[in-house]
Write a protein that binds this ligand. Structure first.
Ligand code: CMC
Length: 384
């Protein structure tokens, strides 16, 4: 036998290893700035509070892609390009109709987005592809949700905003102004967030000089996980578990129990924010108003009890996923679609980063410290 070369390597002796790439600055960007101490977020120069108050999702798309706000004509042109691109190629629609009804919606979105690559015009440039993806993702999500329920698929409208059209295709009826504004604001709040895992994935794929559809397919896969975008669905499942307990539901005991068992509570904590996530302020306000309006006040009250307990016990604040769960629930959206809505918004940030990476590209290729054995001798298979 070869001499063993396995050493107990203390990783703390290797300061160049950053688990989870914590604190590593890999790129410069004009797309967003996060101050994790003060809890501020800026998209291409504009504070999230200003955008939440004033911007539509389509204006945010233009802003992230061009680093400036559109004028009236530019916004009009972008809206008409998006509207023209909402339909799906027939084979993609067939896939959505025929796939396993119990498939995860994020998995269906990932596969359908990947398929779209085969049906784009050969001469479509990255801008055209970004518009097509932004326009088609809501159609994919709504179509799969209806197909899995055995309902007819609702064709996209040739007018209206992304938010309006998505709710229309999901429910088969035109939404009211308040529902449209709620959805639009959620899209604005989720559009861009620095070097999060899915954006990093998109940039990594782009950096190999691969195509935008591959980058976005990878990004959707990264967003799906519960430590990233999948947390919003997990939050709702937590609240629904409490609901099942009826009168015995005790969010404080539930939270403390999780912490005692060293389990994570979804919708809390963040790699960058060490204070309240600025997006969560807006979602909390919406969650309160909508929960009251729709008779789900108890869900909001439980959420607040969990926020208070997490702060007292661990000094950890909620992130964007925590209150978005009750917002979507109050407007009647199924919990397993929440992460798809996140993706439907974040496509703007992912594609903006794709443009940025491509304009100043270098292959992304970090190193790993080898901690395995060396110099092993070959053992014939009969002797193993
Ligand atoms: N519940 C309980 N404890 C937590 C949580 C949580 N949600 N988040 C962090 N902690 C604790 C963690 O146990 C650790 O404690 P200790 O130092 O005692 O071991 C400490 O806080 C540091 O946590 P970490 O896991 O090292 O932090 P990280 O930067 O690696 O992870 C995170 C960040 C977002 C993955 C993590 O906070 C988490 O798993 N949160 C729950 C999932 C979630 O809500 N994800 C959505 C993130 S925001 C939106 C998005 O990007 O998609």
């Amino acid at each position: 036998m070869a001499e063993k070369n396995l050493q107990n390597i203390d990783l703390s002796e290797y300061p160049h290893i950053n688990r989870g790439l914590d604190g590593i600055v890999a790129f410069s960007t004009t797309k967003s700035f996060i101050d994790g101490q003060s809890g501020d977020l800026i998209y291409s120069g504009y504070h999230i509070d200003i955008l939440a108050e004033n911007a539509t999702f389509e204006e945010v798309c233009f802003l992230l892609w061009n680093d400036r706000l559109p004028n009236k004509q530019e916004l009009h042109d972008l809206n008409s390009s998006l509207r023209k691109q909402r339909g799906l190629p027939a084979p993609v629609l067939d896939y959505i109709k025929n796939t396993n009804k119990s498939a995860e919606p994020m998995a269906v979105l990932r596969s359908a987005v990947s398929m779209l690559a085969d049906f784009q015009d050969d001469d479509a440039d990255d801008t055209a592809n970004a518009i097509a993806l932004t326009a088609k993702m809501p159609t994919i999500i709504a179509a799969f949700n209806r197909a899995r329920q055995g309902k007819d698929i609702v064709e996209p409208l040739a007018d209206g905003s992304t938010a309006f059209n998505f709710l229309y295709m999901l429910n088969g009826e035109k939404p009211g102004e308040a529902a449209e504004r709620t959805m639009d604001l959620c899209l604005v709040l989720h559009a861009e967030h620095g070097m999060n895992a899915s954006t990093f994935t998109a940039r990594t794929v782009c950096a190999t000089e691969s195509d935008m559809f591959s980058a976005i397919t990878g990004a959707i896969g990264a967003l799906k996980g519960p430590l990233h975008g999948g947390a919003n669905t997990a939050v709702m499942n937590t609240l629904l578990t409490l609901k099942e307990q009826g009168e015995d539901a005790d969010p404080v005991a539930f939270t403390k129990g999780k912490l005692e068992r060293k389990e994570k509570l979804m919708g809390f904590g963040h790699r960058v924010y060490k204070t309240f996530d600025p997006r969560a302020f807006h979602l909390r306000k919406m969650s309160k108003a909508l929960s009251e309006e729709t008779g789900h006040e108890y869900l909001y009250n439980w959420s607040e009890a969990m926020v208070k307990t997490m702060k007292e016990e661990k000094n950890i604040d909620p992130n964007v996923d925590f209150f978005s769960a009750t917002v979507y629930y109050s407007i009647g959206i199924q919990p397993d679609l929440y992460t798809c809505i996140f993706a439907m918004s974040r496509i703007s940030g992912w594609t903006a980063h794709f443009f940025e990476q491509k304009a100043n590209n270098r292959l992304i290729r970090p190193r790993a410290l080898y901690v395995g054995e060396k110099n092993l001798e070959w053992t014939p298979i009969e002797e193993r």
